[in-house]
Design a protein around this ligand. Structure first.
Ligand code: ZN
Length: 90
């Protein structure tokens, strides 16, 4: 199954809504197919991948201590921050 195709008719004319978080380690996008009228949810599992600090910089723990790396996309950081807050609490 492909994430950019309708699960019912295989069309690529999908209309996505805003991401919703369940707080249970996964999230979904409401989706509607403009060809066959399929309405449903597209699910993603949220996998822990690290921490960022308040400046949006990756905090990476190495054997010699904590090292900071700047992420390339601020959008990635915001999404990860929101996901971590939802998953682990403020
Ligand atoms: Zn369809």
């Amino acid at each position: 199954m492909s994430e950019d195709k309708c699960p019912k008719c295989n069309s690529e004319k999908l209309k996505f809504g805003s991401m919703e978080q369940t707080g249970m380690g996964n999230l979904y996008y409401p989706v509607e197919c403009e060809d066959c009228g399929f309405i449903g949810k597209q699910w993603y599992d949220v996998v822990f991948s690290g921490y960022t600090d308040e400046n949006g910089e990756d905090v990476v723990i190495t054997t010699s201590g904590i090292k900071k790396i700047v992420l390339k996309s601020k959008d990635d950081v915001a999404l990860l921050d929101a996901t971590l807050k939802e998953t682990f609490g403020e």
